[in-house]
Design a protein around this ligand. Structure first.
Ligand SMILES: [Zn+2]
Ligand SMILES: [Zn+2]
Ligand SMILES: [Zn+2]
Length: 434
């Protein structure tokens, strides 16, 4: 590679924003100032949210997710800071158990006889397949057994995948129930509730190690019409918390084969109160989940095209069985509408990773547009116009991907260093002035 080629590759990677797998476009471009027509090809960032696919785009996505969550909690990006005084809760909803799995309990141990409710299927210390129904280990964080069933044959794979597939429906039913319950508490109909308050949320789905979806949800109640308005005093965070707890216990979703899907019994409700402190960790928490794949690897980052591909790609036996179960369930006529083959890499979960009610805060679209406008102001040269067509992915020179990662890492380190310098600088100023 000569110096000019090397220079071109560096330039290409920079223009694509250090994206690892940029989208290649080509087309005819007109320079608006000179009228000159030229054939151009360019690479634009892939905008993939997953860290294992593209560290650079995922970093941007994570930052946007942080802003999205944070502005809804404490104001900013068009949201007034007065939302801090509105009822705000951070709630974690879980799936029920489909069989005991290796875990780390708060006391450090794994599955004990006391910790699981044994039913008639189990007569003693062993399951019907001769496997132990308790685990004496104290697992460490990276232990490969974590999330794996104590007995693969006892674990209800079909029920687990179908639960994931109905989680979004269950969520919608729960949300309706919460609104109805609040309306009842205020002595009014659900339609009239809108005239005094609005219930907003942002939720992020997290895939647990056992292969079941967990939902982390931020709830906020505002007054009617505008976010600026306060909700009525009777609609307190305590009442909201009660309505949520009660709705989660009662809500259900019906499957086309007659099954009923419900939430698990583990539920966490955190009142974020009227202070900034308690809401500080929530945006980072949500942003972290937003850039993960199903199991944190590349294998489950994209849709599968065949059953054989699942067998070949997924090494983990639990993850493989979940993906295969999802793939095979599509054959059942009553389940066709769930398109479970398309969601096998998500173990049947059909929903979006991050969803929110419209007025919770700003959108990813608005944040991306603002960034694009900021970048276009910084890019010198004559304005050009034209149409592009999709040409493929990646760099012509495969070293572009490695270079992108090096650039991205450097940029991130520099950004973190200057943030650190700013922090210690303002600390010194504070000390000097006191
Ligand atoms: Zn990218
Ligand atoms: Zn264990
Ligand atoms: Zn068993």
């Amino acid at each position: 590679m000569n110096a000019a080629e090397r220079f071109n590759l560096v330039r290409e990677v920079q223009l694509a924003g250090s994206c690892s797998h940029p989208i290649r476009l080509s087309g005819e471009m007109v320079n608006i100032a000179t009228g000159e027509v030229g054939i151009s090809s360019l690479r634009i960032a892939c905008k993939d949210r997953r860290h294992v696919i593209c560290p650079s785009c995922s970093y941007t996505y994570k930052a946007d997710a942080w802003i999205l969550v944070s502005s809804g909690l404490v104001g900013g990006k068009g949201i007034p800071t007065s939302v801090i005084n509105h009822p705000r809760l951070f709630v974690t909803l879980t799936a029920p158990s489909f069989g005991p799995v290796h875990t780390i309990r708060s006391a450090g141990g794994c599955v004990t006889f006391q910790s699981q409710q044994l039913d008639d299927r189990f007569s003693g210390v062993l399951c019907a397949h001769g496997r132990a129904l308790a685990c004496p280990s104290f697992h460490r964080k990276g232990d490969a057994r974590l999330g794996h069933p104590l007995c693969f044959e006892c674990f209800a794979y079909e029920d687990a995948v179908l639960w994931n597939a109905h989680a979004s429906l269950l969520w919608n039913n729960t949300m309706q129930m919460i609104r109805r319950s609040l309306a009842e508490a205020g002595g009014m109909t659900k339609d009239n509730l809108k005239k005094v308050a609005q219930v907003h949320y942002l939720k992020v789905a997290e895939m647990q190690r056992r292969g079941l979806v967990h939902l982390h949800v931020i709830f906020r109640v505002d007054g009617p019409d505008s976010i600026e308005n306060d909700p009525p005093p009777w609609l307190s965070s305590k009442l909201l918390s009660m309505a949520i707890r009660d709705s989660i216990a009662r809500a259900s979703a019906l499957g086309k084969e007659g099954q009923t899907f419900r939430w698990g019994t583990v539920l966490d409700i955190q009142d974020l109160g009227g202070t900034l402190d308690d809401s500080g960790k929530v945006p980072s928490y949500v942003a972290k989940y937003a850039t993960k794949t199903t199991d944190g690897t590349r294998d489950l980052a994209r849709r599968f095209h065949s059953r054989r591909q699942i067998v070949a790609l997924v090494d983990d036996p639990h993850a493989r069985t979940l993906a295969l179960t999802s793939w095979d369930l599509e054959q059942r006529a009553a389940l066709e509408h769930l398109h479970l083959r398309n969601h096998a890499h998500n173990f049947g979960f059909t929903g979006q990773l991050i969803t929110k009610s419209r007025s919770y805060s700003t959108t990813f679209g608005v944040l991306r547009k603002a960034r694009a406008e900021y970048m276009s102001v910084r890019n010198e040269g004559d304005p050009v116009e034209g149409t592009f067509r999709y040409e493929g992915r990646g760099y012509d020179d495969p070293r572009g991907t490695d270079l992108a990662e090096v650039f991205f890492t450097m940029k991130r380190e520099l950004r973190e260093e200057s943030a650190e310098a700013r922090r210690s600088g303002s600390l010194q100023e504070l000390e000097a002035s006191s």
